[in-house]
Design a protein around this ligand. Structure first.
Ligand code: MLT
Ligand code: MN
Ligand code: ZN
Length: 320
C-alpha cells in the first residue's frame, strides 16, 4: 500500500523523540568518576542518566527515521514502544532508515546492533560512507547480515527521504556543513574533510514543520544561521560548557573547539546565539558527562533554563 505524504491526514504532525542526549560515553560513563557520573551512581535526583546521542523522527506516526545510531540503541528502542516490532508479524521494524551526521563511533556503532534482518536504508555523505567502508568498515560488515542500501547526501541538496519500499516518507532532508573534522580512527592530516560533519534540516512535506539537528558544531556559522531560518526546533551541540572543559577535567589535551564542538558558554558560545534565536524549541543535546549544566541544582543549568533553552533529556518528545 502506498504510504506517502499525499494520503496522510493533515492533523498528523512530525514527531520527534530524543532517544539519547549524551555525548560519547553516556552518563554515567563506564570509566569516569567526574561529579556528574558519581551523582548518577549515587542516585542523585539532580543529575539524570543519559544514553548516547540519537534522535528519532516520523512524519506519519508509523515509520521512523533514526538520526544517528548510538551504541545504546537497544536500550533506546526498548524504552520507546513506537520502535517495537509492529504487529502482527513475528519479525519486523518501524525503522524506515538511518541518517548519519558523521562517522564517529558514538553515532554509528549502533548500526551493528541492528543487524538481524529487515530492510532499510542508510543515508550519509559520501565521505562518511567511505570512512565507514574502510577505516571503520561497519557498512561492509553489515552487508553480510542484512539489506542496508546506502545512499549519499550531497551538501545543501534537499532529498525526499524514501521509505524502504521507495515511496516518499513525507520528510525531506538537507545536509549542511557544521564542522570539518575527522574521527580519530581516520589517518591523514591534509585530506579534504568536506562532508565529514553535517547538520540536518528535516522538513515535513505536508505541514512544512522544520527540525534542525546539529550535534557536532564547530562554530556558529552563516551556514547554521541559514539552516535554522523558519525552523520550529533546533537540537544543538551542547557537548561542553566551556572551551577549556576537556583540559580542565583532564579528559583531553584539546579544547572543545579543537574537538569540533563550540562551547555553550562565552561570547561566541552557543547559548548567547540560542537565547535570541526566534525558534520555539531550542534544546541542547550530545552533552558530555563532564558538562556542569547537567546538574539541575547548579548555576549552569539555571542559566541555560532562564535563557529559554532546554538541557535535553532522554525521552524528550514533541510534535512540530
Ligand atoms: C565527538 O563527538 O567529538 C566524538 O564522538 C568524540 C568521540 O567519541 O571519540
Ligand atoms: Mn560524539
Ligand atoms: Zn563523568
Amino acid at each position: 500500500m502506498h504510504t506517502g505524504s499525499a494520503k496522510r491526514p493533515c492533523e498528523i504532525r512530525m514527531r520527534v523523540r530524543i532517544l539519547g542526549s549524551a555525548a560519547g560515553g553516556g552518563l554515567p560513563q563506564w570509566n569516569c568518576r567526574c561529579a556528574n557520573c558519581e551523582a548518577v551512581r549515587a542516585g542523585s535526583p539532580d543529575v539524570q542518566p543519559r544514553t548516547q546521542s540519537s534522535v528519532a523522527v516520523s512524519a506519519d506516526n508509523r515509520v521512523w527515521f533514526l538520526l544517528n545510531v548510538s551504541a545504546d540503541v537497544r536500550q533506546q528502542l526498548l524504552a520507546f514502544a513506537e520502535l517495537w516490532p509492529p504487529k502482527p508479524n513475528r519479525r519486523g521494524t518501524t525503522i524506515g532508515g538511518c541518517v548519519l551526521t558523521d562517522a564517529e563511533i558514538d553515532h554509528t556503532s549502533g548500526l551493528l546492533q541492528l543487524r538481524e534482518g529487515c530492510h532499510f536504508g542508510i543515508f550519509s555523505t559520501e565521505l562518511v560512507h567511505r570512512w565507514l567502508s574502510s577505516h571503520f568498515p561497519i557498512g561492509t560488515i553489515l552487508a553480510h547480515f542484512a539489506d542496508r542500501p546506502w545512499a549519499h547526501l550531497t551538501l545543501n541538496d534537499e532529498l525526499e527521504l524514501p521509505l524502504p519500499d521507495g515511496n516518499p516518507s513525507g520528510l525531506r532532508v538537507r545536509a549542511f556543513e557544521t564542522a570539518q573534522d575527522a574521527p580519530c580512527f581516520v589517518p591523514g592530516e591534509n585530506a579534504d574533510l568536506t562532508g565529514g560533519v553535517i547538520g540536518l534540516e528535516i522538513t515535513d512535506s505536508v505541514t512544512g514543520g522544520k527540525l534542525v539537528y546539529a550535534p557536532g558544531v564547530a562554530a556558529i556559522s552563516e551556514t547554521l544561521r541559514d539552516a535554522v531560518r523558519g525552523a520550529s526546533c533546533i537540537l544543538m551541540d551542547g557537548t561542553f560548557w566551556s572551551d577549556d572543559e576537556p583540559i580542565q577535567t583532564g579528559i583531553s589535551d584539546e579544547t572543545a573547539s579543537q574537538m569540533g564542538h563550540v562551547p555553550v558558554q562565552g561570547p561566541t558560545g552557543s547559548l548567547r546565539w540560542l537565547t535570541d534565536l526566534p525558534v520555539r524549541r531550542r534544546i541542547l543535546v550530545h552533552i558530555n558527562n563532564t558538562n556542569p549544566m547537567l546538574d539541575e541544582s547548579g548555576p549552569e543549568w539555571r542559566i541555560v533554563t532562564e535563557c529559554g533553552v532546554r538541557v535535553g533529556v532522554d525521552g524528550d518528545e514533541f510534535e512540530l
